[in-house]
Ligand binder design. Structure first.
Ligand code: NDP
Length: 287
């Protein structure tokens, strides 16, 4: 292996500690409200981890659990209450929502100033136009990893694979804002290996286990693997792999994130950072 491993776990821990230190200097602890609808086990774990991390950073964690058959009207009423609650600085509605709920309508109902997931169209628009957006957490985490890895951004060729609203598109916007030349690839892109081979930076956000092969990576490139895929092992268990064939890519890349332990831990750290940013802006607290 020649690539340097970008240790998301330790970078995220430093970021959380930094947020905690800044929270300790605020006049009051920021409040983060997390809404969980239904019993999806993965979502329940995420929500629990978010609550723990929020409290560890000295913030108030407010959890609302609604049954899986909660109506859209009930969810919208809860969001309206949280919007109006002055003690709540950030609102996160855990996705995915049950199928009978229109997730876009729920996101649209969140006060953009409290939209710590950065999914509201106002924040997406601010990000696209260079304004003061609340930036989606995983993309923000990708940028923090690139900066920590010392990757040169200005003028770099960056290829993002995946064009979702929550990862691919905002990552592309952030790379563009950092003066990269950005290619946003997707399932209809022609000759993806050739597109990747010209990249100084590859961000893979696809959801396909180990799709990006070592031969797609330009020697010395930085590889950020957002993918989290559970695959079965020969002994009947499961393990997590990314969208990049790690062992192959690590032979060629200059720096690479592992899965787990790369982008994953950054998402919660960036959520805490976003909550701090939202609280400061809303309450007029200076940095
Ligand atoms: P989506 O399913 O919303 O988007 C996947 C994207 O990948 C789409 O744009 C799709 O293209 C593209 N794609 C699918 N197949 C191919 C292919 N064969 N070649 C090229 N592009 C392809 O996923 P998300 O963006 O929500 O998530 C992506 C991955 O990141 C998942 O593994 C998810 O678990 C992980 N994730 C990790 C997070 C973390 O905290 N680390 C947070 C969020 C997500 P098209 O648009 O053409 O269909």
């Amino acid at each position: 292996m020649s690539a340097r491993i970008i240790d998301g776990k330790s970078i995220a821990a430093s970021m959380r500690a930094r947020v905690g230190a800044e929270v300790a200097r605020l006049p009051a602890p920021p409040g983060l409200a997390v809404v969980l609808v239904g019993e999806d086990p993965a979502s329940a774990v995420y929500v629990r981890n978010k609550g723990t991390a929020t409290r560890e950073a000295g913030m108030r964690s407010i959890e609302h659990r609604l049954p899986a058959d909660a109506s859209q009207a009930a969810l919208l009423a809860l969001v309206a209450r949280l919007n109006a609650d002055d003690e709540v600085d950030g609102i996160l509605v855990q996705l995915p929502l049950p199928r009978h709920v229109d997730a876009q309508a729920v996101i649209a109902a969140i006060d953009p100033a409290k939209d710590v997931d950065g999914f509201h169209v106002v924040n997406a628009g601010l990000l696209a136009t260079g304004g003061d957006a609340l930036v989606p957490c995983t993309p923000r985490g990708c940028m923090a990893l690139l900066r920590e890895a010392g990757t040169r951004l200005a003028g770099a060729e960056a290829v993002v694979i995946g064009r979702s609203n929550i990862v691919g598109k905002p990552v592309a916007q952030l790379l563009l804002a950092a003066d990269c030349t950005v290619t946003l690839a997707h399932s209809r892109s022609r000759d993806l290996p050739a597109i990747c081979r010209r990249a100084d930076i590859v961000v893979a956000a696809v959801g396909r286990p180990e799709m990006v092969r070592g031969g797609w990576i330009r020697p010395g490139a930085t590889v950020i693997d957002v993918g989290i895929n559970r695959i079965g092992t020969a002994d009947g268990r499961h393990r997590l792999v990314g969208d990049v064939a790690f062992d192959e890519a690590a032979e060629v890349a200059g720096a690479i994130t592992p899965v787990p332990g790369g982008v994953g831990p950054m998402t919660i750290a960036c959520l805490l950072e976003n909550t701090l940013v939202a609280a400061r802006r809303r309450r007029g607290w200076k940095e």
